[in-house]
Design a protein around this ligand. Sequence first.
Ligand SMILES: NC(=O)c1ccc[n+]([C@@H]2O[C@H](COP(=O)([O-])OP(=O)(O)OC[C@H]3O[C@@H](n4cnc5c(N)ncnc54)[C@H](OP(=O)(O)O)[C@@H]3O)[C@@H](O)[C@H]2O)c1
Length: 292
Amino acid sequence: MPLPSPLVDLFDLSPGSPLPLPRELSRLCGEIRFPRHAGRPHVIANFASTVDGVVSLGGDGPRSGGSAITALDPHDRMMMGLLRAVSDSVVVGAGTFRAVPRHVWTPEVAFSPLGAAYASLRNRMGLAPQPRLVVVSASGKVDLRQPAFHVPDQPSLIVTTPRGKARLLVRRPLAEGALPEGPEVWVGGEGPRIRPRSVLRGIARNGRARLVLVEGGPSLLADFLQDGLLDELFLTVAPQVAGRDGASRRRGLVEGQTFGPERPLWGKLRAVRKGGDLLFLRYGFGPGARAA
Ligand SMILES: NC(=O)c1ccc[n+]([C@@H]2O[C@H](COP(=O)([O-])OP(=O)(O)OC[C@H]3O[C@@H](n4cnc5c(N)ncnc54)[C@H](OP(=O)(O)O)[C@@H]3O)[C@@H](O)[C@H]2O)c1
């Protein structure tokens, strides 16, 4: 995949200090800043949506997710890689994990031409070689043989329920706790929904995390928003109209919770960038953002 043109910075009021991007990344992506919080990580999400708000065209496989929304646009892949590169952990729900078998949640797999630059950035930031992969699953229906759980230098964690843990333990004869190879399995709640706070607690058990990236899907994002634990949303808007006919299972950005009009959830626009025909929007949520 060729390198994209540099993103055009249209507006940026994002808080925090600039990250030490290597020259190639700062040329292509501009400056990127994140705030720090005492005693808790900054939690961001990254999604790609059509102009009519669809994030999944339905079905399984790579065509069900962000790739089909942006047609693998290199600007979007570059930003996805950058956000993975600056994160301590990348969190996905089991629906997203199951939808893209064989996917690996590393920066270089998001956008391989910048793999070396992402690695250099992690090194400059004092981060581990790879972000930890965290999969959230109440059922424990997660295939432990997936390559995502066996990436060199990438620790992984499944946050689940007692029932889910039992299922996972049966699938793989193992003792309690961390495996010599493959994911650690940790009970984060009784279910059916594990509280996002508990997911963050599971991440903190393995050391301090400053930035946690939620990469979906819509159900897990809904739970983070519901509990007021999402600080920022990075939303790529692709110039595609997906449409809905009521027959196909197309997902919007948030599924399983409603907010407005009873509990309207407003964000604050923090930054706008343009890459080709894609828009890269950054919204603040939570206590730091303006309530409308
Ligand atoms: N366009 C994009 O940027 C983007 C990004 C991400 C995903 N997607 C797409 O979205 C689709 C998946 O949607 P989805 O809503 O099913 O995604 P999801 O949130 O990844 O998966 C839902 C599943 O994850 C687990 N889960 C989520 N929140 C949980 C919680 N709080 N506690 C316990 N378990 C929890 C449950 O797994 P169990 O069933 O195992 O209990 C649940 O059934 C896929 O097509 C994917 O490709 C698109």
